[in-house]
Design a protein around this ligand. Structure first.
Ligand SMILES: Nc1ncnc2c1ncn2[C@@H]1O[C@H](COP(=O)(O)OP(=O)(O)OP(=O)(O)O)[C@@H](O)[C@H]1O
Length: 361
């Protein structure tokens, strides 16, 4: 069943169109991540769903009810902000109880809900402390608790982990995933961190300039990006892009780039690969094999520039066909600047894009 439906949603700030005709159906219990660069409209979309901003056009439905003009408190949503938004003069317990007291909930029900949230989030020992006496991670847990006690259908998170250091961010990320598995609420989560998006999401909506570029599962987005933008945005370091054109040689379609020929054997597409078409070949750093691993099939000689050890593996930066390539490999310390490295490209996991439309072929 659909939990949140966004229909033809537009939002303008004066003459600036920030959200452009968005349509999304979010299933009950789904974890949807809104991902994109700063300024693409993620928070604006979340705020529209929350009712903190009014839509300029279109409608928002939550559990089948049109909530486009409902007050935030009547939408059945709980929101968690990056800034925690806790009341500094109140204890953790006071912060958790505040909204419920305002809604005139009976005391014993409030106590029951706080006890449950505190148990789920493991903040029982902190209930009498003030926010200033908590670490960043503990504060964010309390902020999540405040949404939890409201017993809402939909949780909205606006970059909840951005203020935390890397280690804590990774820990809380796992806790949020666990929380979702336990509660099975619908969650909509804004971030610009692609690791958070890939690890948490059932589906990711990649946004750019107020438009959704691709809405799909993490595997699909990473492996079959619909256009050059999504391909370049997901993955660190970015997918390698080689510019060139399609050609036919000995009855086979090949890719030519700066005088180098690549066989496209293994590349799956339903589109005709017409010779002469200008294209961009995209290959992820982990999909290029080096040296002995590259044996078998077509190989290419690239020139080694530098190596970046990443702990679990290494990044090699190479020059090939006048372009820079990054390659992720277990091999280390073997190469010297200017030396040659043999490469094998696996076309079954590569991406081809039309150079003009930038769409996947
Ligand atoms: N109140 C406002 N008035 C005018 N323009 C605004 C207002 N709020 C946001 N914007 C603009 O709308 C665009 C989208 O902003 P939004 O905060 O939704 O982006 P975002 O993707 O969440 O970015 P970030 O990750 O930096 O928070 C930006 O260009 C921003 O400058």
């Amino acid at each position: 069943m659909t939990s949140v439906a966004i229909k033809d949603l537009c939002l303008n700030f004066g003459s600036v169109k920030v959200l452009k005709n968005l349509n999304i159906d979010i299933d009950e219990g789904e974890f949807l991540v809104l991902l994109g660069p700063s300024g693409c409209g993620k928070s604006t979309l979340l705020n529209c769903i929350a009712g903190l901003l009014d839509a300029s056009e279109g409608q928002i439905f939550i559990k089948g009810k049109n909530v486009t003009w409902e007050e935030p408190k009547d939408r059945g949503i709980g929101m968690v902000f990056q800034s925690y938004a806790l009341y500094p003069q109140m204890s953790v317990e006071g912060n958790l109880a505040f909204g419920l007291k305002n809604a005139r909930m009976p005391k014993d029900e409030i106590a029951k809900r706080i006890a449950r949230a505190a148990e789920i989030l493991q903040i029982e020992p902190l209930l009498q402390r003030k926010p200033a006496q908590l670490s960043g991670g503990q504060r964010q847990r309390v902020a999540i608790g405040r949404a939890l006690v409201r017993d809402v259908d939909v949780f909205l998170f606006d970059e909840p982990l951005s203020n935390l250091d890397a280690k804590l961010r990774a820990e809380l990320r796992v806790e949020i995933k666990r929380l979702h598995q336990r509660l099975k609420n619908t969650m909509i989560y804004v971030t610009h961190d692609q690791i958070e998006a890939l690890t948490l999401a059932d589906r990711i909506a990649i946004m750019r300039n107020g438009i959704i570029q691709q809405l799909a599962g993490p595997h699909e987005i990473y492996n079959r990006p619909v256009n050059l933008y999504v391909a370049g945005f997901m993955g660190s370091p970015s997918m390698n892009f080689l510019h060139g054109e399609l050609a036919e040689q000995s009855g086979e379609t090949v890719f030519l780039s700066n005088g180098v020929t690549f066989s496209l054997r293994g590349y799956e597409t339903e589109t005709a690969l017409e010779p002469g078409r200008k294209v961009v070949l995209g290959v992820r750093p982990e999909h290029i094999r080096v040296d002995e691993d590259a044996n078998g099939g077509e190989t290419h000689e690239a020139v080694f520039d530098i190596e970046e050890p990443m702990g679990s593996d290494n990044l090699l930066w190479l020059k090939y066909a006048g372009q820079t390539l990054s390659v992720r490999t277990a091999a280390t310390g073997r190469y010297s600047h200017g030396g040659s490295v043999r490469l094998g490209f696996d076309m079954s996991v590569a991406s081809l894009f039309d150079a003009t439309s930038e769409l996947r072929i």
